[in-house]
Design a protein around this ligand. Sequence first.
Ligand code: KIV
Length: 288
Amino acid sequence: MSAHGSARALTIGELAAKKDAGEPIVMVTAYDHPSAQIADEAGVDLVLVGDSAAMTVLGYDSTVPVTVDEMLMLTRAVRRGLSRPLLVGDLPFGSYEASDSLAVQTAQRFVKEAGCDLVKVERGGSTVDRVRAIVAAGIPVVGHVGLTPQSVTALGGYRAQGRTAEAAKTVIDDALALQEAGCSLIVVEAVPSQVTSLLVERLRIPVIGIGAGADADGQVLVWHDLLGIYDGPAAKFVKRYADVRSVSVAGVRAYADEVRSGAYPAAEHGYGMPADEVAKLRELLAGE
Ligand code: KIV
């Protein structure tokens, strides 16, 4: 038995061993209990309750407004659905940057109140000190470099990063600094595959890519992207493995049609009552 269910939970050491063995690591985001159960059953290694939840499930137009309490509610629901994969909680914008003590307090909430195995933070720079503090408090950390959506305004929009030698060196230097500060994993988002390849060679910890080419030690995709849950354009790196939105619209439309036509509910969808009880009820009502 693992701490969280019937299947044995993976360990961070096993992820590192996968990098050493050249075995790709699979990570997805999830934001609710049934999705967590599906991810677990599908055999992924890591589940990230990303602050992308702000857009995918809460309807905000960026990751910036989502609060710690909103993230904790979603993360707890995912925790209850997982047995084997490691659970990563995403510290939202404004919940860790200002000081080491704020970072440690927020990370502790994700571990204590939502059962996270690791927490994720974005950027290099001052985040490196925050990572050192969280790791010193005994909490494993995932760093996130390249396109870091919490600083999308400063980065000039949702666009690929590290496309010049100097910009790429900054991405690599940030990742190295995060590793030295104690990160267990690095997520690298939207950088050229050549940069990922140089990064993977230089880091001893696993590098999980999103829009970062095939050379990363693993891949992560956003749940709603990979399952096609929303309409409209997706980032260049997204591959849709299902069309859940169309299937869902068709299902709800069929239900609406049947309610309107009277086809639903049919007799088999209801509960019966013996005829003598119905007769008795009529008498009771008539006597009132
Ligand atoms: O919030 C998120 O979903 C993420 C992934 C894109 C890595 O940070």
